[in-house]
Design a protein around this ligand. Sequence first.
Ligand code: NAD
Length: 460
Amino acid sequence: MTTLTAAATDTLKSYNPATGELVGEIPATPIGEIDQIVARARAAQPAWRALGADQRAAIIAPAGAQLVARADELGLLLTREMGKPLPEAVGEIKDCGESLDKALREIAEALEPDQLEDDKVTSTIYHDPFGVCAGITPWNFPLMMPHETVIPALMAGNTVVLKPSEETPLIAQAYVDLLNEFLPADVLQIIHGADDQGKALVQSEVDMIAFTGSRATGKHILGSASASLKRVILELGGKDPLVVLDDADIKAAAKFAVDNSFRNAGQVCVSTERIYVDDKIADAFEREVVQLAGDLKTGDGMEDDVNVGPMINDTQRDHVLKQIRAAVNQGAHVAFGGADHPEHFILPTVLTNVTHDMDIMRDETFGPVACIERFTDPDEAIALANDTPYGLGAVVFGGDQQRTAEVARRLDAGMIGINKGCGGASGSPWVGAKQSGFGYHSGKAGHRQFTQPRVVSVRK
Ligand code: NAD
């Protein structure tokens, strides 16, 4: 919904995706200023690095309580700007605030040097900052995505220039302003704009780029960054499969399918985008999914009890509708939703009788659609699930523990859930396989990706 005006002093106008109303405007950063902003970040970095991880953590930590204290106020802005139901917006902010202390401790531990020795040499492996980190983030979790990038980058001793999505500049600015109540000058800066500002930031003198967004943009960034071999972390899109085996708890699997297909109006990187269900239980599973989808209320995220908010913009809405229409033309059956959608919204839609050749089973949808394809043999389901360039998350529901775990091990994704979502225990990396990621973040190994290892060795 946000548009960039074509004036000499460009302005980002941020619109409410549920109503089309203007939420606010913010100046876009002139491309010519980006190099100076990066130079300021570079000048601020040595002093920030010299503080050490514990002092950096002490400086950042009070932001956690502030995020919690301001969650209601910021949540309103988030919902008005991005559309998700207000309780989810408030929850996103509270989660970031409440988990901050633990995250800072975990990152500080990951930054501790490692000691290695053999019979001749003792080595210390330090985890040093790169310098200046560019963070480029999407709109679907418009506070959490910047947070997950900014905090580990800063904690590692880098300074950060953040370019949030042009769809959600206001909540990102509010987040950066909040952190900057505690941080020294120029340690965290923000630039606003769309792909032109993103491209300029990638081409600037930053040392690393931490990007979360689409596969197409990720490829572009990797190409640009290669000219100077900048370090890159890419967290990209997905086409996550859910495999439902014949001995699965049908109600639990259907509940998961509905929750995970329609949460955030399907605008989640690890949404369930493809469902493969054993033919033996498919009728019962589909009935249950349709019934649960019918319980969901679609509407403005500011209204009570809304579960499914608007699409972020018309382009995204048109993309989802195009995929639904193409699938129906190719023989998919609309079991729920699907036909007439109110402006800005897509009703939760359940498609059955879908087949693997349909675009909706191949390209990321990022909308509230549950697509169900039947299989007769788990090997066939695994082959279908893996036949994709994506590999972010995957989920399998089944009764027999060993058989379900064996199917899980054969799913070609970075994160695989058994009878649950794909997220790992606290401390696990957030990682995409294949074209869903290049590098990763979170967990000890993920935090270290914001650092350059340096090995210092001495003879014994
Ligand atoms: P997007 O790729 O269109 O944009 C992401 C960011 O990149 C925005 O800030 C945008 O302005 C910027 N950008 C666009 N073109 C650029 C370029 N050429 N150079 C530099 N920056 C550029 O993605 P989006 O629509 O904002 O977000 C949705 C996508 O993000 C989906 O594919 C989703 O799966 C993915 N995503 C992935 C994760 C994950 O953890 N893997 C998390 C959230 C979202």
